[in-house]
Design a binder for this molecule. Structure first.
Ligand SMILES: NC(=O)c1ccc[n+]([C@@H]2O[C@H](COP(=O)([O-])OP(=O)(O)OC[C@H]3O[C@@H](n4cnc5c(N)ncnc54)[C@H](OP(=O)(O)O)[C@@H]3O)[C@@H](O)[C@H]2O)c1
Length: 244
């Protein structure tokens, strides 16, 4: 019987290496997706072809009912969820004067309420089984802010608060809750930024390069593995030294 890890936004730039790393670590991986069903199916097939166990599961994380139904489906198909990586997220960047209420709501509802919805659906089972690992993918921007990202920064800072509160609530039941704050990673989210802005960003990174998504995957593996068993309520920065 495998331990089951749920990765939200699994077909994404960070989600894919996280899911692959957890599969290599022996987890059956529930690959959550929202719109990219084909990519989720392809990733499941790749993981299975290399000897792992994985399946695609759909939900809009903004909906508590959809998330709860998805968790029931995962548990019926793969087994009890012991690890959750709340990775689904999006940006809707504009300076505050141009930011609409819709820009604000879609980012907060996806990045922050989405993680709440998933935690809300899995925590009772983890508590009952006296074991669980939750990793919330926040961002360097949640710690230091960023021009044009008031909505995104608020959502990612909120995730850090959620992480610490939930860590305190669940520790006595053997559940750890931590956040990872990636810096600027080599991914479409960062590659979509204009070249001159990318250059300015690079100048602010002591390691002088954007990070490999695999570095985030390795951090997740650490937090959910034996090395992370005494670590809870923490924020792990993976950012090339950009924020210290
Ligand atoms: N890339 C970076 O440099 C960086 C840095 C710091 C933090 N992060 C954070 O890391 C996480 C992953 O980023 P990424 O670069 O891998 O982004 P990505 O490639 O755009 O992947 C994001 C994932 O979120 C899912 N998603 C979006 N809206 C959703 C919704 N309403 N319901 C369910 N799922 C939804 C998408 O699902 P579908 O594709 O199926 O629609 C997609 O798989 C995000 O939380 C991001 O904020 C990224």
């Amino acid at each position: 019987m495998h331990n089951v890890a749920l990765v939200t936004g699994a077909p994404g730039a960070l989600g894919k290496p996280i899911a692959e790393r957890l599969a290599r670590g022996g987890f059956a991986v529930a690959l959550h997706y929202h719109s990219r069903e084909e990519a989720a199916r392809r990733l499941a097939a790749e993981i299975e072809a290399s000897g792992g166990v994985a399946g695609p599961f759909r939900a809009d994380v903004r909906s508590g009912a959809e998330v709860a139904a998805m968790i029931r489906e995962v548990e019926k198909t793969l087994g009890d969820v012991t690890v959750v990586v709340n990775n689904a997220g999006l940006v809707r960047d504009r300076s505050i004067q141009k930011m609409t209420e819709e820009d604000w709501s879609v980012v907060l509802d996806t990045n922050l309420k989405g993680a709440f919805n998933v935690c809300h659906s899995v925590v009772a089972g983890m508590r009952a089984r006296n074991h669980g690992r939750i990793v919330n993918i926040s961002s360097i921007v949640g710690a230091m802010g960023n021009f044009g990202q008031a909505n995104y920064a608020a959502s990612k800072a909120g995730l850090i608060g959620l992480t610490k509160a939930l860590a305190r609530e669940t520790a006595r039941f053997g559940v750890t809750v931590n956040a990872i704050c990636p810096g600027f990673m080599d991914s479409p989210m960062v590659n979509g930024v204009p070249a001159e802005v990318r250059q300015k960003l690079l100048e602010q990174i002591p390691l002088r390069r954007f990070g490999e998504p695999e570095a985030v995957a390795e951090s997740v593996a650490y937090l959910v593995g034996p090395g992370g068993s005494y670590v809870t309520g923490q924020v792990l920065h993976v950012n090339g030294g950009m924020y210290m």
